[in-house]
Design a binder for this molecule. Structure first.
Ligand code: MN
Length: 716
């Protein structure tokens, strides 16, 4: 039976009798126009779907904006309507909700949901932003499940599995029990058709046989309650099939041993009566020990309240009895809706929201808002301020801390994907690796075997995993470079003495390693590479201990020479001290400059400015990244060229300014060009780029000076 707009308006009239339903009627007209000509798989006009969804929302007693949004929920995705158009016609609120539902429907999850179901549920919650978006999504799914028979079997199974893993638990969290049960039973029917049909028939048969029994129990309860002058309603309902099926599976029991196919419910006026009624039923039938649960004093996270007990019934069979007030019953049936969506004039207590663990933040806003409707309209959920969820192209959901970037995503896929990632697409668009991801983004990483991690990545990696893996890669890389350097230094030094180092290492490696208290020959090579011990020291020891050569004096000089000098020793290479380093003479870097290290053959590492032309074309294998250490107090020579109008005493004047910045001038020359411009060249000793800047800006202020520049050239 197709729902008509009047059915919806009638349903609204029950709980909002005074309301002006103009917005809903207008949404209906617009939706009918936009979906005109479209058909569902059932052959019905497409409009039947938004109508059915809106009717469910009216059953949930939602506000008019939600019901209008329900009518329009597929308009942006499936028709030519735009969000802007909806905002103009129906207001921002309705447009925002429809936009949220549209975004949710674009999510594509992969089929093996079970493992990541919790992540997907959180992602949906985070994306909903407004609780009404989620409620519409649930109503949408419910109607799609009710009409699932028109889909192909493979789709039926996929949709049913997703419903069971994702949407039924979401309905449960919102406390809307009837939606949860219906979604579960419908999923059950399509996922396990044979089991479903079999169980349904058997349960119906048993319940048929037990009809008289059910009436007897209800009657006994009602009569006893009347004796105590309690006005109550007693209901006897079969439990929903999926809950029976689940129980049979988890406890591995046949249907014959599932006794509580029925749940009896006693609905009273007050909490006090509930506890008294519990005593009364316990006096009627014997309770099963350990089966009593007091959800009144300890409500479930979804605000469900009730007393549960299991009794041995008149026929010796177990039966479950639930005892609750009218209000609790309403919450049990309608969940969050019962509490927040229509209780005119009621003030939400802090306690009632406290139990919604995952909606905790809502309590904050609630304190300032008295009217639940106002509350509903202003609630924009940010349930997970510190987490985001993004999708792989295959629909797998990954969780990240807020602020995480694409490099984190790459490492979350696989370490190798991280190490070799060369670029990324976000929602199909090429973006930089440092781009921050948002919940719902679809991310695709491209890799190339030639791409390797860069130190820069550490600046925008946010996850521990990415940071650790990048650091580890850099460290391993440095280690292998330093080891290669150590080996090279040793080979060269040993060769000078006509010894084959590799032979020596092969035969006496263990011994050599022990001389310096290392555990492994690699550590020895590494130490030479780092400049902690020198290759000269090693060859000397080798000649003395292994070749028994006497006369140490011969080597003494070399040892001194090979020791890194004080000034250069302060440089750290990626945090490792004591590497044998030299400041290159071609570009004369000073602390503060961007620099790069070059592994030379036999002279340790030379430090160049990254802009130096000499390092532009060197073998990338021989490059290492360099950090300046805390080498303050050391001085570095820099050549500065100054152009000035030739006038008497210009050299003295400029020299004077330089000296006033407490800078030593180690060389000063002046040359007059034919055009009358004086070219002054200084070599000054500075401690770093900051110092150099002071010198240069001082010179610039001199009268007659037209140009000052640092010269990148060899200082002899
Ligand atoms: Mn829909």
């Amino acid at each position: 039976m197709m729902v008509r707009i009047n059915d919806i308006l009638d349903a609204i009239n029950i709980y909002l009798p005074e309301a002006d339903t103009g917005l809903v009627e207008k949404a209906y007209v617009f939706s009918a126009k936009m979906h005109a000509g479209q058909k569902r798989l059932s052959g019905e006009p497409y409009l039947s779907h938004p109508l059915a969804v809106s009717y469910i929302l009216a059953e949930l007693k939602l506000d008019l904006a939600s019901i209008a949004a329900g009518l329009l929920h597929d308009a942006v995705e499936d028709t030519l309507a735009t969000t802007e158009e909806l905002a103009e016609m129906f207001g921002k609120d309705v447009a925002f909700i429809v936009d949220g539902v549209t975004k949710l429907s674009k999510l594509q999850f992969q089929s093996s949901l079970y493992k990541q179901a919790e992540n997907i549920r959180k992602m949906i919650l985070a994306m909903s932003k407004d609780i009404r978006v989620l409620l519409i999504k649930l109503a949408d799914r419910l109607h799609n499940m009710r009409t699932l028979e028109f889909q192909k079997e493979i789709k039926q199974k996929a949709i049913a599995a997703e419903t069971l893993d994702i949407y039924a638990p979401l309905a449960s969290r919102l406390g809307i029990d009837w939606i949860k049960q219906e979604l579960e039973d419908l999923s059950f029917k399509y996922l396990y058709a044979d089991d479903y049909a079999d169980l349904k028939a058997r349960v119906e048969e048993r319940l048929g046989q037990r009809k008289a029994y059910v009436e007897e129990v209800k009657d006994m309860i009602a009569r006893r309650m009347a004796e105590y002058a309690f006005s109550c309603r007693v209901l006897g309902r079969p439990k929903h099939l999926y809950s029976i099926y689940r129980k049979m599976n988890t406890r591995n029991l046949p249907l014959e041993q599932i006794y509580d196919l029925m749940a009896f419910r006693i609905i009273l006026k007050s909490t006090k009566e509930c506890y008294e009624a519990l005593g009364i039923v316990h006096s009627l039938w014997k309770p099963v020990p350990g089966r009593f649960k007091d959800y009144i004093s300890l409500p479930k996270a979804n605000m469900y309240q009730s007393l549960h007990t299991t009794l041995i019934g008149p026929d010796g069979e177990r039966m479950e009895v639930q005892i609750r007030t009218d209000e609790m019953d309403q919450v049990a049936r309608e969940g969050i809706a019962a509490h927040w969506l229509y209780k005119e004039g009621r003030i939400l207590t802090k306690e009632s929201t406290k139990s919604f663990e995952w909606l905790n933040q809502l309590a904050e806003w609630q304190r300032e808002l008295q009217d639940p409707r106002e509350f509903l309209e202003s609630v924009k959920m940010d349930l997970f301020p510190n987490e985001i969820w993004v999708l792989t192209p295959a629909g797998e959901v990954k969780e990240f801390p807020r602020g995480a970037t694409l490099i984190d995503f790459a490492y979350a896929i696989h370490t190798e994907v991280g190490h070799h990632c060369s670029g990324a697409k976000l929602n199909g668009r090429l973006v930089q690796l440092n781009h921050e991801m948002q919940t719902g983004d679809v991310v695709e990483i491209t890799t190339s075997p030639r791409h390797v991690p860069s130190r820069d990545w550490l600046k925008f990696a946010k996850t521990g995993k990415a940071i650790a893996r990048i650091r580890q890669w850099i460290k391993t890389e440095e280690r292998s470079k330093s080891m290669a350097l150590g080996k090279e230094l040793c080979e060269k030094e040993f060769k000078r003495h006509r010894i084959d180092f590799n032979e020596a290492l092969k035969n006496k490696g263990a011994e050599m390693t022990q001389w310096f208290s290392f555990k492994h020959p690699d550590d020895l090579l590494l130490s030479v590479g780092y400049g902690k011990i020198s290759q000269v020291q090693l060859v000397k020891r080798y000649m003395k201990e292994v070749l028994k050569v006497k006369g140490e004096a011969e080597f003494w000089e070399d040892v001194v020479k090979a020791k890194p000098n004080e000034k250069e020793g302060m440089i750290t290479i990626n945090g490792l001290d004591n590497i044998m380093t030299h400041i290159s003479r071609c570009c004369n870097p000073v602390p503060g400059d961007d620099v790069i290290g070059y592994i030379t053959r036999g002279r340790g590492i030379t430090i160049h400015r990254t802009t130096c032309s000499n390092v532009k074309n060197i073998d990338p294998e021989r490059k290492v990244e360099i950090d300046w250490g805390t080498g303050e107090g050391y001085i570095y020579p820099v050549k500065i060229e100054t152009l000035a109008i030739d006038k008497k005493g210009i050299l003295a004047e400029v020299s004077n300014v330089i000296s006033s910045t407490e800078t030593n001038i180690s060389d000063a020359r002046v040359k007059i060009r034919p055009d009358g411009i004086a070219v002054l060249t200084f070599i000054v000793d500075v401690t770093g780029t900051e110092h150099l800047r002071r010198v240069i800006s001082g010179i610039r202020r001199c009268d007659g000076v037209t140009q000052v520049r640092r010269v990148v050239s060899k200082i002899s």
